[in-house]
Ligand binder design. Structure first.
Ligand SMILES: O=C(O)c1cc(=O)[nH]c(=O)n1[C@@H]1O[C@H](COP(=O)(O)O)[C@@H](O)[C@H]1O
Length: 311
């Protein structure tokens, strides 16, 4: 799957992931009205609105970008109907040829991680049959429980030719509270660097053609750390969230890329899916929300391109 992701990045010229993080406040009234007329103001109604909103956005951006990243919490908040909308979204995006990164941030003790890995990336055995559960192409995972929480995911990725993005340095304001702690038994280097080194080792053992299918997550909001981590993990693709709504800009991103212009894929969620609510795109109006999303993707692509050309 890492080879497919890279081929699609080259084909589109856009190292961009559109984050499908739907919230009720972003969904245009016309979509909610229709879904509520059919299902009432219920969890089913909300889930239907979520799916229709995603679908329209995907229809407007699928030819511009290689991948999408549905964030499962945004669906889980609507309970079982929400999870059904998550699965419908995964399937629809795959039908449109997009690579799907399930932003599930799992990671637990070994046996529990095994079940998460099977449910999201692999197949579950039921009697003499086996079935895919959610069947995303990649999943985000949290390594801070240690390697027994990650190895079951790697095993399933190997079997299924899928991939991971492992949290190394997250984009949020308090990520430094633990991740930046200096370790006396590691020459006072920060914890995230040690995690990055382990991701690099896993990466080298699990290679696609040019890059590993074991990637990392590093926030756009910490460009200097991104520069260091790029060097520590030369063969790992870096998923970079934090562009747009969290303040990351094109110029912050250049050091996340390798000299070959590859190695990083930048996520924007609210900045794309709720573009029509920003002043910059308000001329599109609520009715044309998906056109606004398309323009926001084009602008993001140009911003990254310009930053890379100026480096
Ligand atoms: O794993 C992630 O995707 C992730 C890691 C991280 O460090 N920071 C981060 O924002 N994310 C996710 O990336 C998305 C960012 O959304 P926006 O800020 O709206 O672009 C959300 O789905 C977050 O859960």
């Amino acid at each position: 799957m890492i080879n497919k992701l890279i081929a699609k990045i080259k084909e589109t010229g856009a190292p961009i992931v559109v984050g499908l993080d739907p919230m009720m406040k972003y969904i245009p009234e016309q979509i909610k009205k229709k879904a509520f007329a059919e299902y009432g103001e219920t969890l089913e109604g909300a889930a239907e609105a979520v799916f229709q909103y995603n679908k329209e956005i995907v229809d407007h951006i699928y030819d511009l970008v290689p991948a999408v990243k549905p964030q499962i919490a945004m669906y889980e908040q609507f309970g079982i109907p929400g999870l059904v909308a998550f699965k419908r979204t995964v399937d629809y995006c795959k039908e449109k040829g997009l690579v799907v990164i399930g932003d599930v941030k799992r990671g637990d003790i070994g046996s529990t991680s095994e079940a998460y890995a099977v449910g999201h990336l692999g197949k579950v055995q039921v009697g003499s049959h086996s079935y895919y559960g959610f069947d995303e192409d990649f999943a985000t995972v949290n390594p801070y429980l240690g390697s027994d929480g990650i190895k079951p995911f790697i095993k399933v990725c190997q079997e299924e030719k899928k991939g991971l993005f492992i949290l190394v340095k997250t984009s949020n304001p308090s990520s430094g509270e633990f991740q930046d702690r200096k370790l006396a038994d590691a020459d006072n280097r920060p914890l995230y660097e040690i995690v990055g080194e382990q991701v690099a080792r896993w990466g080298e053992e699990h290679m696609g053609d040019d890059y590993s299918y074991i990637g990392a997550v590093v926030g756009a909001t910490y460009p200097e750390m991104g520069k260091t981590l790029r060097k520590i993990m030369p063969k790992s693709y870096i998923l970079v969230p934090g562009y747009g709504a969290q303040g990351g800009k094109g110029a912050d991103l250049v050091h996340f890329f390798n000299e070959d212009g590859l190695g990083a894929i930048i996520n924007s969620s609210r900045g794309i899916i709720a573009a029509y609510q920003q002043e910059k795109y308000e001329a599109y109006g609520e009715a044309n929300f998906a056109e606004a999303s398309r323009k926001a993707v084009e602008d993001m692509k140009a911003d990254i391109e310009q930053a890379l050309n100026n480096r």
